[in-house]
Design a protein around this ligand. Sequence first.
Ligand code: OAD
Length: 279
Amino acid sequence: MDVSLDQALAAALAGDGAFVVVTGAGVSAESGIPTFRGQDGYWTVGSRVYHPQELATHAAFRRMPEEVWRWYLYRLGVCRAAEPNPAHVALVELERALADRFLLVTQNVDGLHMRAGSSRARTYQIHGNIHFMRCAGAHGDEIMEIPAGVSGLGPEDPLPDQLRGLLRCARCEGWARPHVLWFDEYYDEELYRFESSLAAAASASVLVTAGTSGNTNLPNQMVALARRSGALLIDINPEDNPFGRAARAADGIFLRGSASQELPRVLAAVTSALRAEAG
Ligand code: OAD
């Protein structure tokens, strides 16, 4: 298995296309952040139990902004308390080794890639970042860090009065909203790097998917484009999944295991291929 990973990566890196990694919630699972389709994603408002697909929507925010903010501030607290794990660190090292051939496209909103040291320029956060907010009205092009005075909430905490005043657009004083892509919204280039992600996949020599169940649109399009252009597909996941099957069907590699074990193996193989190439 190691031999074929080494050989496949050495051959693919001899081309001059991009090395693109797409990450999902599984990469942060070992940092203690629940995966999206695990069992912890439900939220109770009054006596109603909401599924994330109902709460993470613009429609829900219009109806009950404070409840949606409570849910996001609870999740913000979980993300602030988490630390990057060896998978995040391996991706920082891959960026260092591959420089401008490297691109990280993450579905994770937890900000752990940035905290580990991945660069803003080479990390596309295609679902946004929970540490940021933007105007819910007309000034949504300006992305602001959630003020330090806004603390994470416990699951039962009400929204404190003083936070209502802080979760505001600086220009119009209307509600700010979390800077995340909601289920009733579409990817775009300006906020979520839609076209740039597709272009990178189309020009990739290697596309690695790690810790994602393959349920979202943009990563699926990226895998299809990379496959069509003959890129080496590598999937990392402890479970069988559509991207693992796509990789195997395209003579790629399915590394069945955790991201924190397998991404360092990919890093080691890349490093040795680059060293051999340099002579
Ligand atoms: P999911 O929760 O759908 O899938 C997590 C994947 O990680 C599963 O395939 C697990 O088998 C795998 N996994 C679990 N532990 C792992 C580990 N230690 N190492 C590697 N893999 C592991 O999360 P995503 O695929 O990221 O979007 O979900 C994608 C998007 O769906 C989310 O970003 C969210 C949701 O709609 C938005 O909110 C816009």
